[in-house]
Design a protein around this ligand. Structure first.
Ligand SMILES: *[C@@H]1O[C@H](CO)[C@@H](O)[C@H](O)[C@H]1NC(C)=O
Ligand SMILES: *[C@@H]1O[C@H](CO)[C@@H](O)[C@H](O)[C@H]1NC(C)=O
Ligand SMILES: *[C@@H]1O[C@H](CO)[C@@H](O)[C@H](O)[C@H]1NC(C)=O
Ligand SMILES: *[C@@H]1O[C@H](CO)[C@@H](O)[C@H](O)[C@H]1NC(C)=O
Ligand SMILES: *[C@@H]1O[C@H](CO)[C@@H](O)[C@H](O)[C@H]1NC(C)=O
Length: 432
């Protein structure tokens, strides 16, 4: 959705992350360990960033710089030491979440050019053996506008990295601030998009979402392009990306990773905002081409289009959803069109880089699904900045998971490790 209050932050200091996490207007009490070390006083077994044991999650460019929301790395290791050296393209001070296997996330600020010790014998859980597999180290960037560059990965002398094979199923989430986790506690790692991927479990997930972005290819809230263009590229629409790549970003090499099985799309609240002056026709055309682009790149992917929501207002002594809800009928009609005989007999695919649109001449089976969000969140699941709260994000993620289970028969495998950090509220008095 829109991100006006955030924009000046981008302009002034996008390479250093230094906001306080606010919780209902109060600074949140956080304990982020200082993990920076002087590597010369350690004896490491060091692996270059292109070591085949390191898996990259989400979108990374040829310089090993991360983009979009909640990108990360993962690998197995032996011993009780894991450290990472970050390259100079790292946003200095950016908050990352990391964890051992299925334990809760630990957060720390990492530095450009610095080496950070994430796992040592003092790290909770580092002495525990995983029941069936080696200990797995996972790290994810919390904020979409910032990123990290991996330089090298270290374990203790005599110890080794172990490649963890990718899970057999994949989800891609395409969206704006609503999917990227804006205004949730730990941003990308508190987003419904993360909750969906992590909550299904045994699932690779990639979140190509960026605050303020439209579907339509035009400037929206400072984003130079819309998703109908940018989704085909490795980097996002951040100022960080314009500094590194200007108008010449790397196209995303779709052959680098297996195709997504399911693509969830939630985009349009910025197109809908009159500030950006996108007409309904141009919006629907862009959303249509995003879906045709997915079908071109990943012909077997199932696409789930979410209906949009725009928050609530108080009406007398209750609350009602804001109306209109944002292109509700138009999105639904587009979904029906994708399922019509006309379309299925002669589907069209789109390539956002070459801008080529072509009829494939090959019949296709229905692949576009409609996810109705009405009634999932209530007024207090949306914060004053018009974005889901942590609880709202968990509701959306949980309903989406159930929809995916019922529609595609996907089982839930995360019976433990789906962790939304600091969302454990409970009552420990039996009566008061
Ligand atoms: C760490 O990151 C958080 C979130 O961006 C920020 O609030 C905090 O100021 C940062 N701390 C340091 C020491 O950079
Ligand atoms: C990693 O990069 C180096 C230097 O570019 C190259 O020599 C080496 O073969 C690469 N290793 C792998 C596993 O790709
Ligand atoms: C960062 O840049 C400095 C200065 O150019 C260079 O000496 C250093 O090796 C770089 N560090 C990394 C990790 O890229
Ligand atoms: C909005 O779009 C309309 C139709 O394309 C155009 O006439 C108008 O000048 C635009 N307004 C702004 C503020 O860009
Ligand atoms: C979406 O759900 C709401 C609430 O159940 C319902 O009123 C509406 O008709 C549904 N929309 C579609 C297109 O099915």
């Amino acid at each position: 959705m829109w991100s006006l209050s955030r924009l000046p932050v981008f302009g002034l200091s996008f390479l250093s992350a230094s906001a306080t996490i606010l919780q209902n207007g109060q600074p949140r009490i956080t304990t982020f360990p200082d993990t920076r070390i002087d590597p010369s006083s350690y004896s490491f077994n060091t692996h270059p960033r292109n070591a085949s044991e390191i898996s990259y999650k989400g979108r990374w460019d040829s310089k090993y710089v991360s983009w979009w929301s909640a990108p990360g790395i993962q690998f197995g290791y032996t011993g009780q030491i894991v450290a990472v050296t970050f390259g100079n393209w790292t946003s200095d001070g950016v908050l990352v979440g990391y964890r051992i296997s299925g334990l809760d996330w630990i957060f720390t600020n990492v530095t450009a050019g610095g080496t950070h010790l994430f796992v040592s014998p003092e790290t909770p859980g580092s002495d525990l053996m995983a029941p069936i597999s080696p200990s797995i180290f996972e790290l994810r960037v919390t904020n979409w506008a910032y990123g990290i560059q991996i330089e090298s990965v270290h374990v203790a002398k005599g110890e080794k990295l172990i490649r963890i094979p990718d899970y057999g199923r994949r989800i891609e989430v395409i969206g704006d601030s609503l999917a990227s986790g804006m205004y949730t506690s730990y941003e990308g790692l508190s987003s419904w998009a993360y909750g969906l991927g992590a909550g299904l479990g045994n699932t690779e997930y990639s979140i190509t979402a960026y605050p303020g972005i439209c579907a339509a290819d035009q400037n929206c809230w400072g984003n130079p392009h819309g998703q109908v263009h940018q989704w085909f590229y490795t980097s996002d629409t951040s100022p960080r990306a314009s500094v590194m790549y200007g108008d010449n970003p790397e196209p995303w090499d779709f052959s680098k990773r297996p195709a997504a099985d399911i693509v969830v799309i939630n985009i349009g609240t910025n197109d809908q905002n009159s500030h950006n002056n996108v007409s309904t026709t141009i919006y629907i055309d862009a959303l249509t081409r995003i879906i045709q682009g997915i079908h071109g790149k990943w012909p077997k992917a199932q696409v789930v289009v979410m209906s949009l929501w725009l928050g609530f207002y108080q009406s007398g002594n209750t609350y009602l959803p804001n109306a209109p809800q944002g292109f509700v009928n138009e999105i639904y009609h587009m979904y029906k069109w994708f399922n019509s005989d006309d379309y299925l007999r002669n589907p069209i695919v789109y390539d956002g880089v070459t801008k080529k649109t072509l009829k494939t001449g090959k019949k296709t089976k229905p692949f576009v699904h409609y996810f109705n969000t009405t009634g999932i969140m209530q007024h207090n699941d949306i914060g004053p900045q018009w974005h889901p709260t942590d609880v709202g994000a968990i509701k959306v993620a949980s309903h989406l998971q159930q929809f995916i289970k019922m529609t595609f028969g996907w089982e839930f495998y995360a019976t433990g490790p789906e962790v939304f950090h600091e969302t454990e509220y409970w009552n420990d008095e039996s009566g008061y």
